[in-house]
Design a protein around this ligand. Structure first.
Ligand SMILES: Nc1ncnc2c1ncn2[C@@H]1O[C@H](COP(=O)(O)OP(=O)(O)OP(=O)(O)O)[C@@H](O)[C@H]1O
Ligand SMILES: [Mg+2]
Length: 284
């Protein structure tokens, strides 16, 4: 399933310093990583190791202090805010660690906003937004405001928003953190199905062992450096159901098939939800 093509996103020897004065932190210390189409990569590492910072840089929300990032063939190093906004809008879907839903918009309006920002005002826009919500199991919550949704439901709206635009790069920061077993697996199935497309790459930051069966590749980061890379359970032959006498270890879970192409996957984060506009890759 790995396409030997030009990477969709590529970081070369990236360093990132955050904060000022005594609060200065070198969050990334020479990271090189290429995300190819047709691959779902998991990024794992301790709290504070630089995962969100790396995702924000790969997704064009932050620019590196040193090194090069190429997104769909264009370099983001030294790019201005308008260029970055265009690159994100065109190529990137993002699920933020803390959702970043717009509180005054309903679930379906939060999803529709992505299509509006992309200039996709066609007749099928309402249908696409509805299909994206259906894929995450929220067909019955179109008109709910974020405050009327549980944490897991808000997380699923954020995922619908990330997939509705069918972007080449999809980044998700802890997308299963607030989800129970079934919903977590359903969401990972949506993301893994997107990554079957050789024109699309998915990177998931996670601590959740339930995501392991869906990975083509696992990248480990510690203290701002990539310390290990390994093939994921999903990289080999297709997952199989465990034999009756086999224990249900994460590797033996067989992702069940939800059809994501009933979705019009993708998503660009609304510009105003960009961490850059908040001066930090973190939630407010
Ligand atoms: N705006 C900022 N100013 C100063 N330091 C920051 C800023 N944002 C992040 N950091 C620091 O950079 C380092 C990497 O942070 P990052 O958010 O990328 O970690 P993470 O791996 O995503 O952690 P977690 O698993 O807790 O989400 C941490 O030491 C953090 O404190
Ligand atoms: Mg983080």
């Amino acid at each position: 399933m790995t396409a030997a093509t030009t990477p969709i996103v590529e970081a070369v020897d990236v360093e990132k310093t955050l904060g000022e004065g005594a609060g200065r932190v070198q969050a990334l210390r020479g990271v090189s990583l290429a995300l190819k189409g047709g691959e779902l990569t998991l990024l794992m590492g301790p709290s504070g190791s630089g995962k969100t910072t790396l995702l924000s840089i790969l997704g064009g929300m932050l620019t590196p202090t040193r090194g090069t990032v190429r997104l769909a063939g264009e370099t983001t190093t030294g790019a201005g805010p308008e260029t970055l906004a265009r690159l994100r809008r065109t190529h990137v879907g993002f699920v933020f660690q803390s959702y970043h839903l717009f509180p005054t918009l309903t679930a379906i309006e939060n999803v529709r906003l992505v299509l509006d920002v992309r200039g996709e005002h066609g007749e099928d826009a309402p249908e696409r937004a509805a299909a994206a919500l259906a894929t995450v199991g929220l067909a019955h919550k179109h008109h709910a405001f974020p405050r009327e949704l549980s944490g897991g439901e808000q997380q699923r709206v954020a995922i619908a928003r990330a997939v509705v635009g069918r972007t080449a790069a999809l980044f998700a920061d802890e997308p299963t953190a607030s989800l129970d077993g079934d919903n977590g697996r359903a969401i990972m199935t949506v993301l893994a199905d997107i990554a079957k497309d050789p024109r699309r790459a998915v990177l998931v930051v996670t601590h959740d062992p339930r995501t392991l069966p869906f990975a083509d590749r696992i990248v480990r980061i510690e203290d701002g450096r990539i310390v290990a890379e390994e093939a994921g359970a999903h990289a080999g032959p297709a997952p199989r159901e465990p034999a009756p006498n086999e224990s249900a270890s994460p590797k033996s879970v067989s992702p069940k098939s939800v059809s994501p192409e009933s979705v019009s996957p993708e998503s660009v984060s609304p510009e105003s939800a960009s961490p850059e506009s908040q001066g930090s890759p973190h939630a407010p």
